[in-house]
Design a protein around this ligand. Structure first.
Ligand SMILES: [Zn+2]
Length: 242
């Protein structure tokens, strides 16, 4: 889950209609679901971290907004959110807290476990349905098609690994690196690209800079490695757990 900073609210008061925050959120965070990290070109919605039905006061509050796809939004619904017991990309180093596997699964990282956040990481995956296993769907030729979030992660992993193989053959070719970053931006799944390009500070820094709002999170050092705990520069409640 890509750590982000949305920054100060573009207006002095809460939003009368939360949907009007969408353009500014997309500008600052990119056109990606804040949870599953897919690039969503239609139906991307303003997500309330704490559901408006549970905390009506926060319905128009900028600091309560992220972006979410239909799948993550409908899974999360009106579930109660305790910011001190869950991990969120606007306040924790969620990249450092989760491991992305080539088979599409996401698990708590060793760092999360070492920091006593195993349950928080698992509950975060449960909240958003990111722990749902790959659903095998075959087309009429028996070829697997990626229709769900988990299988789309598998697909992204394959795409990133392919780009890495190409770059490894000509590591000093800047055009290949540029193409890889453009592919990452086009596909989304920042965390998977960061995982695949571990040990390549140049690529990791390029990825951090290419996805809006990521560098500003303060969750990465100059080598593109995670900084933990998240500095939580906006002082958000419950932030900086990892
Ligand atoms: Zn999503």
């Amino acid at each position: 889950m890509r750590p982000v900073r949305r920054g100060d609210s573009p207006q002095a008061t809460d939003f009368d209609d939360y949907r009007r925050a969408l353009p500014e959120l997309v500008y600052r965070l990119g056109c990606y679901c804040s949870y599953c990290e897919r690039r969503i070109v239609t139906m991307l919605a303003v997500e309330h971290i704490e559901a408006q039905n549970n905390v009506p006061l926060l319905e128009g509050r900028w600091t309560n907004f992220l972006l979410a796809c239909v799948n993550c939004n409908s899974t999360k619904k009106d579930k109660l959110v305790d910011l001190s017991l869950l991990l969120f990309p606007d306040r924790d180093n969620t990249l450092w807290a989760l491991n992305y596997q080539p088979d599409g699964t996401i698990t708590p990282s060793a760092a999360a476990i070492a920091n006593g956040l195993n349950v928080a990481a698992l509950d975060t995956l449960e909240l958003t349905g990111l722990n749902v296993p790959v659903r095998v769907t075959l087309d009429e030729n028996g070829k697997q098609v990626a229709l769900d979030r988990a299988s789309q992660r598998m697909e992204a992993f394959g795409e990133a690994l392919t780009m890495k193989l190409v770059i490894d053959k000509a590591p000093s070719n800047p055009d290949l690196r540029w193409m890889a970053v453009r592919a990452a931006v086009a596909h989304g799944f920042f965390s998977i690209w960061m995982e695949v390009f571990q040990g390549d500070p140049q690529m990791r820094n390029a990825l951090i800079d290419a996805f809006p709002g990521t560098r500003a999170s303060g969750c990465f050092d100059t080598n593109g490695d995670p900084v933990s705990p998240a500095p939580n520069p906006d002082g958000l409640a419950g932030g900086g757990k990892i």
